[in-house]
Design a protein around this ligand. Structure first.
Ligand code: DON
Length: 304
């Protein structure tokens, strides 16, 4: 299969598409990103790398970091983790508070903000140096030790984090947050402010496509049982109240972020990352979803 030709076709098809999405502005620093940035990087297990556009420019990974956080928490804890966070799709926006009130402070899944905040709380309790350890984990799975946070994005989100603070306060009132609220918020915002490129994200997500092994040296990072579970949670919860739509149109487990990135995996075949900042009303990259839909259609490779 000529993957580069398929990617070129996706780029030219989508360059002329009229999109209505808006760059995220509730984190002021993200509003400064040029809306016409567009890049894609496909990393195939058996046949290497294919890409186009802004695929080596770093951007804010935001909620994509929730997959790395869940992976670290699942490496440290087994099933007891899921006493504090469930694995059901929420059908609600990523930052919604409503279900927490009648579900006793137990978030529906680890990829909505409430669930990711519980995961942050767990990592703070278990890790010696949570920020350093988190960054080290990303260095370990990418082999790239200069990946870091964007300090401007970090400070920008810190000054506008009223909703995440509300989620934390509500969950703490139910006893599901053990550490100090400011400490959890600080660590959560730190992980969201990490900057990576499509190329780096496709390498990082290779562990989920490759049965838990890094592709570059075959080192087992995570058991295949845990990989299966994480991929299942990405499939059912990775796109919030648009998880069904993403499954239906693209047919891959994946995760989005409000920085405009989406990463998806085809277990046994490839990991792919796409970046286009304008978001649809559900907070997912509008062009990114189109690009991935075209990829699985043109290659005939989705998990369904
Ligand atoms: O907590 C927030 O609102 C952001 N740091 C992350 C949200 C996000 O990326 C949602 N994804 N599509």
């Amino acid at each position: 299969m000529n993957y580069q030709q398929i990617l070129n076709e996706i780029k030219s098809e989508l360059s002329s598409i009229h999109y209505t999405g808006k760059v995220a502005s509730y984190i002021p620093e993200l509003a400064k990103i040029k809306p016409d940035k567009f890049g894609m990087h496909l990393h195939c297990i058996n046949s290497g790398h294919y890409n186009f556009g802004d695929h080596i420019e770093r951007f804010s990974i935001q909620s994509i970091s929730k997959v790395f956080a869940l992976t670290m928490a699942m490496s440290l804890l087994d099933d007891e983790l899921f006493k504090r966070v469930d694995v059901e799709p929420s059908g609600d926006p990523f930052n919604s508070l409503v279900q927490l009130e009648y579900e006793n402070g137990i978030p529906r899944n680890p990829f909505i903000n409430a669930g990711a905040l519980v995961i942050s709380d767990i990592l703070i309790s278990l890790l010696k140096e949570p920020k350093k350890d988190f960054l080290n984990f990303i260095h370990e799975i990418t082999g790239n030790t200069d990946i870091d946070i964007n300090p401007k994005v970090f400070l920008s989100e810190k000054s506008y984090s009223y909703r995440n603070a509300a989620l934390l306060n509500l969950m703490k009132s139910f006893g599901n947050i053990k550490n100090d609220i400011e400490t959890v918020l600080d660590f959560y915002i730190y992980q969201c402010s990490i900057a990576m490129s499509c190329k780096e994200l496709s390498t990082a997500f290779m562990i989920y496509a490759n049965g838990g092994k890094r592709l570059f040296d075959n080192e087992q990072i995570l058991s295949s049982r845990k990989v299966k579970r994480i991929n299942a949670i990405m499939q059912t919860c990775g796109f919030y109240d648009e998880a069904g739509e993403f499954s239906y149109r693209v047919g891959l487990p994946g995760k989005s972020g409000v920085g405009g990135g989406i990463v998806a995996v085809h277990p046994g075949q490839y990991a792919v990352a796409v970046w286009s900042p304008p978001l649809n009303p559900k907070g997912n990259s509008e062009l990114g979803m189109h690009a991935l839909e075209r990829l699985t259609t043109l290659t005939g490779l989705s998990i369904f």
